[in-house]
Design a protein around this ligand. Structure first.
Ligand code: PMV
Length: 322
């Protein structure tokens, strides 16, 4: 039994930050994201009774126990439904830097659950795969869907709501890479620290539903100016509640801040562009159709930017020939 799948990172325009239930990895807020195209995670899985345990090979290297443990947990979630599943070898490769704020875990788990499903003959619904993926990485269910998607809270659960397909509003994305180093505080640890120590956490939770509604409306109306306002506000609020934790966490570096000002200057000069930043120092500039060439050239000139990646919006995770 073996199969392979590809998936792409997604970038949240309305952020998920904080867990309502850490044991089930249930987010405290909904989120809205776009799925990218050219940055790709390819994952293959091979179930083999001859293996003496699960094995995980990432970018050509047998992975550390810490990283393998999340892959093993993901496979165990499938074994709860299919107890007869033998040990597996999982091989994954990213076409972009891992663990540096480019949602490599989101693409990774979306690809993994899709590959496992394909290896077993596709018995699972998208909702079941989303549930398994979410328990491994809260943002990963969004990479199961292409284009614009909401991960909405629904009682004690979450639900995927596709909003627009990639081709319906072909925004472009420029990632300004300001560091290739792995982030120092991962998102789960950062969220828990924020929830338990930030005096602004309650306000953050209260702000989210209004931001989700405004973003949904802006996306369905293809209104870039309105989307820019709510996405930048959601990003800065996420970083503000995190910086207010004790001790505060600062994911930005100097170049992140310089890029942010550059993006706003471009917008003032008439370019359709806005920024977002996740739990790492890379700045993502979301551009109107056709604007990414100019934006990429401008961000490449900001001191401290080590690389600039350009991509469009893409499809959700899918099985491929392994
Ligand atoms: O899914 P995680 O645990 O990597 O958390 C993602 C958190 C952010 O990227 C900062 C925001 C988001 O909604 O993607």
């Amino acid at each position: 039994m073996q199969a392979a799948a590809v998936a792409h990172p997604n970038i949240a325009l309305v952020k998920y930050w904080g867990k309502a239930d850490a044991a089930r990895n249930l987010p405290a807020v909904g989120s809205i994201s776009i799925t990218l195209d050219t940055l790709t995670t390819t994952t293959s899985v091979r179930f083999d009774p001859g293996l003496d345990g699960d094995r995980f090979v990432l970018d050509g290297e047998v992975s550390s126990p810490a990283r393998s443990s999340r892959v093993h947990e993901c496979l165990e979630l499938f074994r709860r439904r299919r107890p007869e599943l033998p040990p597996a070898e999982v091989t994954s490769a990213n076409s972009f830097p891992t663990a540096a704020g480019l949602a490599s875990s989101a693409a990774g788990f979306a690809a993994l659950v899709t590959a496992v499903d394909a290896a077993l003959g596709s018995p699972f619904s998208r909702d079941e795969l989303a549930d398994i993926a979410r328990r491994c990485s809260g943002s990963s269910p969004r990479s199961l869907v292409g284009g614009f998607v909401e991960l909405a809270l629904s009682g004690e659960d979450t639900r995927l709501r596709p909003l627009l397909a990639a081709g319906d509003w072909p925004l472009e994305v420029v990632v300004a890479v300001t560091s290739n180093a792995a982030k120092t505080v991962g998102s789960s640890a950062g969220m828990e620290h924020t929830r338990s120590t930030s005096p602004y956490y309650r306000s953050w939770l209260e702000t989210s539903p209004g931001d989700l509604e405004a973003a949904r409306e802006a996306i369905l109306g293809r209104d870039l100016e309105a989307l820019a306002a709510v996405a930048e506000a959601s990003c800065l609020a996420m970083h503000a509640v995190t910086m207010a934790a004790r001790p505060g966490l600062v994911y930005f570096n100097g170049a992140t801040v310089d890029c942010l000002h550059r993006v706003r200057a471009l917008r003032r000069e008439g370019t359709a562009v806005f920024f977002t930043v996740d739990a790492g120092p890379q700045l993502k500039a979301i551009c109107g159709p056709g604007a990414s060439e100019l934006v990429a050239a401008a961000l490449a000139e900001v001191p401290g930017v080590v690389d600039v990646l350009r991509c469009g919006l893409g499809e959700g995770a899918r099985a491929v020939r392994g």
